[in-house]
Design a protein around this ligand. Structure first.
Ligand code: URA
Length: 432
């Protein structure tokens, strides 16, 4: 019988483009988590995967090994649990609207979310702009939230996916984040910790997201869907365009306020189209008996009756927060168009960087952020605008150096053209 390969031999195998077995991948992950495999070897393994990729079988094995590094949430036998994940984008506040909306329709959604790093903000940062809101629920509290309120949005507890947390930290500092199998296993190991019955994924592409091209997002969507289904989790992927900010606001507190307005029936059209498309996919996975028109009418009614908004308030209150006094105390100023024409585009990447410069996002992990920082688009791409008209409202700290740096980004975000640009659909594929 052949002796089992040691860690170095496994890294060599991957470096040389050979396939690893389920047991070999598990060995690497287990030894990484218990500290026997040092960070430099795991980083070398990640780089080998970055260049050589993984087969679908290997990606599924890596996902399962990472899932097994932590504990999974458990649910009563008859409980049907729904899950949603977005690969993230500038202004993406979809979860803040979709989760209470679906919970008000009877779905059970314990959402584990992350903090923001780079231009795409994190759902937890947004919610932490609500005074008292806890994003560190224990496993027992997550279960209680689902039982009593139907939903929660919280961070992964310490027990959840420790292998991913540590590996992501290494990938972030070794240029190995953009690898389809590594992203797939990272996302799915965390989603599987929720122990859901079905999953909808919003895979975003474009300047305001992490996958810059439609082609790369499609590849990721295919890998996510194939791996999830190989692991027995029915999954739908939606492909959405992030070449402009989603909705009207970018920032933390401003996005929470926009989400509340959306739950009150005042949602911006592209935001609501995204919410409804994802919510429809998820609802149909739980209840295949209702047609699209009936589901849409139910969503409209939950919003117009105030039930969806009440559901958000119940979730916030369960998690220790209150929607009273959501006041933005930052300094407010506006920017004006410098010529007449049509707004050709508003670059989400530049807005994302401006918000980071003002302290509303992070350049480094664990950096504190100012939740009041944000901006609001007073006009949308495609609209006519005249020189001197306001197009952006900025909420910022009084700090001239930060404001100067942010202004460079804000000013280059808007492009005005003499002709009206073609409208781009926000949803490219409602299902992949
Ligand atoms: N989001 C994740 O959770 N993991 C990745 O690897 C990339 C994006």
């Amino acid at each position: 019988m052949q002796a089992p390969a040691n860690d170095l031999q496994l890294i060599e195998r991957k470096r040389d483009g050979k396939e690893l077995s389920d047991q070999q991948i598990r060995q690497l992950v287990e030894r990484f988590v218990d500290g026997s495999l040092p960070d430099y070897q795991m980083s070398a393994f990640a780089m080998a995967v970055y260049f050589q990729s993984m087969t679908p079988e290997e990606t599924a094995s890596l996902t399962l090994a990472m899932l097994d590094s932590g504990s999974q949430l458990t649910w009563a036998e008859d409980e049907i649990i729904s899950s949603k994940h977005s690969t993230g984008g500038v202004g993406d506040k979809v979860s803040l609207v979709l989760i209470p909306l679906l919970a008000s329709c009877g779905l059970r959604i314990p959402k584990l979310s992350g903090k923001g790093l780079g231009i795409t903000g994190g759902t937890l940062d947004k919610l932490e702009s609500i005074k008292g809101f806890r994003t560190d629920l224990t496993i027992a509290e997550i279960q209680a939230a689902v039982e009593r309120v139907g939903c929660c949005i919280t961070g992964a507890t310490h027990d959840i996916a420790p292998a991913d947390r540590r590996l992501y930290g290494l990938r972030d500092s070794t240029a190995t984040v953009p690898s389809v199998p590594l992203i797939t296993s990272s996302i799915l190991s965390k989603k599987l910790e929720e122990n859901p019955d079905h999953l909808v994924l919003d895979v975003k592409f474009g300047r305001g997201s992490f996958m810059k091209t439609e082609e790369s997002a499609r590849l990721l969507a295919r890998s996510l869907q194939a791996t999830a289904e190989r692991l027995g989790l029915p999954t739908q992927c939606v492909l959405s365009d992030m070449n402009q900010p989603l909705g009207k606001t970018v920032g933390n507190l401003v996005e929470v306020k926009e989400a509340i307005e959306a739950l009150e029936g005042q949602g911006e059209s592209r935001l609501m189209e995204t919410v409804y498309c994802l919510a429809m996919n998820l609802y149909k996975m739980k209840d295949a008996g209702m047609d699209d028109c009936g589901i849409r009418q139910m969503f409209d009614k939950k919003i117009s009756s105030g039930e969806a908004r009440d559901q958000f308030e119940k979730m916030v209150s369960f998690q220790g927060g209150s929607l009273k006094n959501l006041v933005n105390t930052a300094e407010v100023r506006t920017l004006q168009a410098t010529e007449d024409g049509f707004i050709h585009s508003i670059d989400p990447e530049s807005l994302g960087w401006a918000i980071i410069e003002l302290g509303g996002g992070r350049k480094q992990k664990n950096q504190p952020i100012n939740h009041a920082v944000g901006c609001e688009l007073l006009r949308q791409p495609g609209e006519a605008i005249s020189e001197g008209e306001d197009w952006l409202k900025i909420y910022s700290p009084i700090d001239t150096e930060r404001q100067r740096r942010a202004n460079e980004y804000f000013l280059k975000a808007i492009k005005i053209s003499p002709t009206r640009p073609e409208e781009r659909p926000v949803i490219l594929e409602a299902k992949t």
